[in-house]
Design a protein around this ligand. Structure first.
Ligand SMILES: [Zn+2]
Length: 735
């Protein structure tokens, strides 16, 4: 190809310069690094290959094009050796060394016992699946869905004499098995269930070692937050999240092998599987060893799928980085994966390229790759739009709002790919399927998983799970954010923001909730939430509803809220846990309480005495308690502070003239029953109405630990009598 001939003179000048640098680097190192079965090859470099029209990239298919395309400056990255470099130059390409990316090839990390500064080996990934499955047997199920290539061969031996027995291909299903509708797993056989499925696969390109980590981080997030995070709880209860941490374990092992001392301590950039003899004739298809970052043996499994298999987006050369294999789905890793996915998802798309899947298609599929910060959607093998392109784009654009990536069809932002996983899942079954190109390099320091890759992609993956019930529909509807439930007197108030700004920007039309039964289940009672500002008219609306909890059982409940835009699109559910307190009873707490006036006649201007007795008893010892007694007499009575005694001890400070009340409170660690006796006197106002009944009410409140308080009230009443205490009875005088 030469589409840049007009620039040839200038390019040659540039090449002459960069070629000199490249040559000096390469040749200077060659004499000190003789080639041999146990020696690493001279370090390759990464170059930028500039293009004018994105279609020109197809002519670079024989190279190790990285999954990166700089659309602004119009270049792709490829790892090359000196011969490839010269060949590019001779063909007229403008080529420049990318020093940053080249340096990434020879990263050295602080390597602990782990395979590469924290990245997990295949064996460690598998051990993690087992430990999670043992810790959460009701939520997880491991399935071995087939053998790796090396396992079927009875083991693989590299030209360097390294042995690897191969492993079963492992997926893990996350769902609450106690809730009906799950798929059934019988050995290696799976039968479809009714729960919507989010299928996440990683590591099909084994050198993309951040991707298995993200997959198991999602797994751990689901398991560790089940039961405490309401959203994760409903996702796991009513969905299946299938995770395949590495769909290419043999290849992953080859990556690990490079980290061994005899190979120089740096992981091999092995991308493909470990099959080097596709016709089983005993001779190697590709003689290259060890695997370099630009040529290696094996089949590119992400070019081997049975949909769209073939050129132009793949190679027929065994050493090529995109070698597609001898025929579609020739590789065990691909054939077994396709069988598993077919068993889990119904086929919702017709046979023609232009047959759309129905909009209510259930399930979603994501395959994790690296790198270049992209969210890709079908078709990968064509510039034509997929029949569901509007909905695929809407989902991809939405996912990209979480990780900040560019959402696009590969022909517009990367290059054509044939036989890839996402094209297969969508093309064959109609499942909305996406490729994430994660991050900025294949093997960043492990801390970047925590600091960047998971924060970027974890929320995107969880969103995919949230819409798995009907992705083509739900991605158009608003999110429900900041959902919370708070006490509002004896009611509970639910508040949330319904937000369509990232889902089309339509005005919000309505919002509704259900309690304990999610909205798609039979028996769910749907009730509206109201706009706080009185009218639904903005793309972002605060909503609220008072929840009637009178008839609810005490304990934890879950609130489901969903919003709808003015166009009628419902978004995914958000949920929050809340607790209904049983106010008024506490099995562990007994309060007794009484109040009595010592004289039942109040006399204006005189004094009246009271006695309050209370006790707090709990059969348990040790918990913290709080015990309060409050007395607020009617207006005709004024407590005399100097007369207040608690258990015989003067406590004048308990009277607060500002509130006209007596308040006694003790807290502490409970060891013995608490008894309190309070005596005090009050002055009766001169203006007290003769004949009135003064009701004097006190309240006691106790609680233990942080449990619900128990309230009691006690009253006594006195009759206001005339201010006469002596009556002179007329007597007869006999004179
Ligand atoms: Zn990849």
């Amino acid at each position: 190809m030469i589409s840049q001939r007009e620039n040839r003179i200038r390019i040659w000048l540039l090449i002459a310069l960069t070629g000199l640098v490249f040559g000096a680097v390469l040749w200077a190192q060659s004499p000190s690094q003789p080639t041999g079965a146990t020696e690493a090859p001279p370090p390759p470099l990464v170059v930028r290959i500039y293009y004018q029209d994105i279609r020109e990239i197809q002519e670079l298919q024989s190279l190790d094009l990285w999954e990166y395309n700089n659309l602004e400056e119009r270049y792709v990255l490829a790892s090359v050796n000196a011969a490839l470099y010269r060949s590019l130059v001779e063909q007229g390409w403008r080529v420049a060394i990318d020093h940053t990316a080249s340096a990434q090839l020879s990263h050295s990390f602080d390597r602990a016992a782990e395979f590469f500064g924290g990245y997990r080996s295949v064996n460690e990934l598998y051990a993690l699946l087992e430990s999670i499955d043992q810790a959460a047997p009701q939520l997880t199920e491991i399935i071995e869905y087939g053998p790796s290539h090396c396992l079927t061969e009875g083991g693989c031996t590299t030209p360097g004499g390294d042995n690897w027995p191969g492993v079963p291909l492992r997926a893990i299903r996350v769902t609450n098995e106690a809730i009906s509708g799950a798929s059934s797993i019988n050995g290696g056989t799976v039968t479809r269930g009714e729960k919507p499925i989010f299928f996440l696969m990683a590591g099909i390109h084994s050198r993309e070692i951040t991707t298995p980590e993200l997959a198991v981080w999602l797994l751990e997030t689901l398991i560790n937050n089940y039961g405490t995070n309401a959203d994760i709880t409903w996702l796991v209860d009513y969905h299946e999240i299938w995770i395949v941490p590495t769909t290419n374990p043999d290849g992953h092992w080859l990556v690990e092998l490079g980290a061994e001392k005899k190979y120089g301590g740096l992981p091999f950039y092995h991308r493909k599987n470990a099959n080097n003899d596709v016709n089983a004739d005993g001779s190697a298809d590709c003689p290259v060893w060890p695997p370099s970052s630009y040529e290696q043996y094996g089949i590119d499994l992400n070019r081997n799928h049975s949909f769209g298999w073939g050129p132009p987006g793949s190679s027929d050369q065994p050493c090529n980085m995109t070698y597609r294999g001898p025929y579609a789905a020739s590789e065990h890793e691909v054939a077994a994966l396709e069988s598993l996915v077919r068993a889990l998802f119904p086929d919702r798309r017709g046979p023609l390229d232009n047959d759309p899947a129905p909009v209510d298609t259930t399930g979603i599929f994501i395959t994790l790759h690296s790198f270049s910060n992209l969210v890709l959607w079908p078709w990968g093998n064509s510039e034509s739009p997929a029949p569901n392109v509007d909905d695929l784009k809407a989902i991809g654009d939405k996912l990209a709002t979480y990780n900040g990536y560019l959402s696009c069809q590969p022909s517009r932002c990367l290059y054509l790919t044939n036989g890839s996983s996402d094209d297969w899942a969508y093309g064959e079954l109609g499942i909305p399927a996406f490729t994430f190109e994660v991050g900025n390099e294949f093997m960043p320091p492990y801390v970047e998983i925590d600091s960047r890759q998971w924060p970027d992609n974890g929320p995107a993956l969880l969103y995919a799970a949230r819409i798995a019930r009907a992705p083509y529909l739900l991605a158009h509807g608003p999110d429900v954010l900041n959902l919370s439930v708070s006490a509002d007197g004896e009611q509970l108030l639910a508040t949330a923001i319904v937000d369509d700004t990232q889902n089309g920007g339509d005005a919000i039309g309505s919002a509704r909730y259900s309690i304990d039964i999610p909205p798609w289940q039979d028996g769910a009672q749907q009730l509206p939430l109201q706009p706080v500002d009185g009218v639904f008219n903005d793309p972002e609306e605060a909503v609220e509803a008072t929840l009637d909890v009178a008839d609810m059982e005490p304990g934890q409940h879950i609130l489901y809220v969903e919003g709808q835009d003015a166009g009628g699109n419902w978004g995914p559910v958000s949920a929050a846990f809340f607790t209904v307190e049983d106010i008024g009873t506490d099995d562990n707490l007994v309060i007794t309480f009484s109040k009595a006036a010592l004289d039942h006649l109040a006399v204006p201007g005189r004094m009246l005495s009271y006695r309050i007795d209370g006790s707090l008893i709990t059969p348990e010892s040790g918990p913290l308690y709080t015990f309060r007694i409050t007395d607020q007499p009617p207006a005709e009575l004024t407590i005399m502070p100097e007369t207040i005694f608690v258990n015989g001890v003067s406590r004048p400070e308990l009277y607060n003239p500002g509130t006209h009340s007596l308040h006694y409170e003790i807290t502490g660690a409970y060891t013995e029953p608490i008894s309190v006796s309070i005596t005090f006197s009050a002055t009766v106002a001169e203006s007290a109405t003769i004949g009135a009944l003064l009701v004097n009410q006190a309240m006691a409140e106790g609680s233990i630990n942080t449990g619900a308080p128990l309230f009691l009230t006690a009253s006594d009443s006195v009759l206001v009598a005339p201010a006469v205490t002596h009556f002179y009875l007329p007597i007869a005088v006999n004179e």
